[in-house]
Design a protein around this ligand. Structure first.
Ligand code: ADP
Length: 435
């Protein structure tokens, strides 16, 4: 017997078989976070919160809970949880790169160089200390360039620094003369050393990165959705390569920028994705921006494919990833990181509303209530991007933009008229009348 209570166990509330198929009018949820997601879950018609060891049908947990409890939980057919068991294959910095490198190699072997080159969207990266010597070889090939060191298991910019000299990372040098025991004693934290993007795209002289939300509801077959909203996170200090020690200039994390002396809480440091897309379109034209967004779709799909065979697929699991993308001056998008626990803590009212929309629509896609047919290509602000193969956009000729990438059914940064769409799409909540 497991020491943990089973989840989704029938207990005193007995679901009839027809309810199993039709969806449920009562959903017992457990929530491990105290922010926007809790508000959204509490406000959802027919959902009731369970605490502590109570039995649940739906669990929005943190990754710590998952690590400790997942393997001990028996889950009934209808139960859903918001992480895959080994999500870290994509969301830990070193493992993401390892999987991407392997995927690129396999693509080159199986489909050829051209196809493999479509995986060149992550900066050159080495795991330290294990790949220290490989890193040094690469480092010496381009003297004077800038690199960034990042602890593999931290977030919010913690522990990150930029460097140009090997002596700054001496601690990560693997010393072959030490015994195993000495190595253990001298163990240093695992980092990645990554080529720093020295030519970021700037707006008003400031660097920014993009936060994009991708929802995966299955890995085998791969089914992935892209959310229309997202945002750009700006640094508060004008960008320059002359001072590599200034984290306010180089790291765009909100957690970092909030502590900057120039930070204005009224203005914040975010632009909504719609504003960014409009800005870029006005400056560079529609076609260039379409190409940029198509290249981003390529990043989302290929990064998911790179872990498709590694992630333990489980029909109970879904995952809402927060992708961090950086644009360079040539409008090439670079994948910086994928987050398993993107922040739902709002930085303003606008941000709160956006996150509520995102989370409500995530619940709409996961569909505990059984209001969908399963054939939808759009649910609120989510567009189905990949469904065991490309999902093409209906209004666009596949060849329109002459790009070698496929034109997916995505609308990142476009109008999010979700309420209208949801009204047409969804049956009312069980037990409610259509408004
Ligand atoms: P964390 O998990 O701590 O947020 P990230 O990998 O997302 O770590 O990096 C934090 C920030 O540092 C990013 O948002 C970006 O602004 C900057 N950054 C990270 N890697 C690079 C890179 N290779 N080139 C340029 N900037 C980078």
């Amino acid at each position: 017997m497991s020491k943990y209570k089973t989840s989704g166990y029938k207990g005193s509330y007995d679901y009839s078989k027809s309810e199993e198929r039709e969806g449920r009018s009562l959903v017992r949820f457990k929530c491990g976070l105290l922010n926007t997601i809790q508000d959204v879950l509490r406000q959802r018609p027919g959902w009731v919160e369970v605490k502590d060891e109570g039995e649940w049908d739906f669990n929005w947990c943190d990754v710590g809970w998952l690590r400790e409890n997942f393997d001990h939980s028996y889950m009934e057919e209808h139960v859903r949880i918001n992480h895959f068991r080994n999500h870290y294959e994509l969301t830990r910095k070193n493992l993401m790169v390892k999987n991407l490198k392997r995927y690129r190699k396999n693509q080159e072997r199986d489909v050829g160089r051209l196809e493999a080159s479509k995986c060149d969207f992550f900066p050159c990266t080495f795991a330290l200390p294990s790949e220290y010597h490989l890193f040094v070889e690469e480092f010496k090939r381009s003297p004077g360039s800038t690199w960034i060191m990042k602890p593999v298991a931290k977030s919010q910019g913690k522990g990150i620094f930029l460097f140009r000299k090997l002596k700054d990372i001496m601690d990560w040098k693997k010393d072959g003369t030490r015994s195993e025991e000495q190595k253990d004693a001298a163990q240093v934290e695992s980092y990645v050393a990554q080529r720093y993007i020295e030519n970021p795209y700037l707006i008003n002289g400031r660097k920014f990165d993009l936060r994009v939300y991708v929802l995966v509801t299955s890995y085998v077959p791969l089914k992935a959705w892209l959310y229309r909203d997202g945002f750009g996170r700006f640094s508060s200090t004008r960008f320059s390569l002359s001072s590599i020690d200034d984290k306010y200039m180089h790291l765009t994390n909100v957690a970092v920028q909030k502590t900057a002396p120039e930070y204005d809480p009224e203005k914040g440091c975010k632009w909504q994705m719609q504003q960014l897309r409009r800005y870029l379109t006005a400056k560079h034209g529609r076609e260039t921006v379409e190409t940029l967004f198509t290249e981003m779709d390529n990043i989302f799909v290929r990064s998911l494919q790179s872990v498709q065979k590694v992630i333990i697929n489980d029909k109970h699991c879904f995952e809402l990833y927060g992708y961090d993308i950086l644009l360079d001056q040539n409008l090439k998008p670079w994948l910086i990181e994928v987050n398993a626990s993107p922040s739902y803590t709002p930085s303003s009212q606008e941000d709160y509303e956006m996150k509520c929309r995102l989370l409500e629509d995530t619940l709409n896609v996961v569909d505990m209530e059984g209001r969908l047919t399963g054939k939808e290509k759009r649910v609120g602000g989510y567009d189905l991007m990949w469904n065991d193969g490309p999902v093409y956009r209906e209004d666009v000729n596949v060849e329109t933009f002459g790009s070698s990438y496929f034109t997916a059914n995505t609308h990142l940064g476009c109008v999010n008229d979700r309420e209208k769409q949801l009204r047409q799409l969804l049956k009312p909540f069980p037990g409610q009348k259509r408004m």
